[in-house]
Design a binder for this molecule. Structure first.
Ligand SMILES: [Zn+2]
Length: 214
């Protein structure tokens, strides 16, 4: 028994995750029933790994002077996404976050319209890749508005308070898969704070807005 990759979910459902949730749930309790074709040999999508990364900036000190609550910029979606990111940060901090990477998606609930933190899954000691276990409650790529993972203080090589170059490459790869509403990257940094990085904010000298308490 194994988990379906995101690409396999996509393949199974013809480019969307409609119906994939039930298939993915099945993978946790029994055999996989795949309707449709597997990705072509060698051509299957490899979920992008969001490692700590080896490059990018000087690393943050965490002292961005912003320790007074949630940023007020943006609209209701931004605010709701930050709140979900803060929730996800809490869930990650409940894990072995200082020594291992974890991550998940932030998505809009199709029924209630709320933006929620999806399931958090564990990665390795120096990277995390999304899997079908992150997709509970998500039936289409367009629901996903954000992604979060951590750079723990004991994770070697991380640019600890910023997305690494590898992270941004993975982010762009996800957008290329059809996550058209994915606009924000959240990093739980080595100092335990969650920071927001929008698609066009890749400056590694300026820490993102602290959304830990949103
Ligand atoms: Zn990373």
């Amino acid at each position: 028994m194994r988990e379906l990759t995101l690409a396999e979910c996509e393949s199974v459902s013809g480019g969307h995750l409609v119906g994939c949730d039930s298939a993915c749930t099945v993978t946790r309790v029994g055999d996989i029933t795949v309707v449709g074709s597997h990705p072509p040999p060698g051509g299957g999508f490899v979920p992008p790994n969001m490692g700590g990364g080896e490059s990018g900036g000087s690393g943050g000190t965490g002292d961005d002077g912003d320790d007074c609550g949630c940023p007020a910029s943006g609209g209701a979606t931004d605010q709701a996404t930050r709140s979900a990111a803060a929730d996800a940060g809490d869930m990650i901090r409940d894990q072995n976050w200082e020594n291992q990477e974890y991550g998940g998606f932030l998505y809009r609930d199709n029924v209630t319209g709320e933006i929620k933190a999806g399931p958090i899954t564990g990665g390795g000691i120096d990277g995390w890749s999304p899997s079908s276990d992150n997709m509970l409650g998500i039936t289409s790529w367009s629901q996903i508005v954000g992604v979060i993972h951590n750079h723990g203080p004991n994770i070697e090589g991380s640019n600890h308070n910023y997305p690494s170059t590898k992270d941004w490459n993975a982010f762009d790869s996800l957008k290329g898969m059809g996550l058209t509403n994915l606009t924000a990257f959240y990093i739980l940094g080595e100092d335990g704070k969650v920071r927001e990085y929008k698609t066009d904010n890749r400056d590694t000298d300026t820490p993102g807005d602290d959304v830990t308490d949103c």
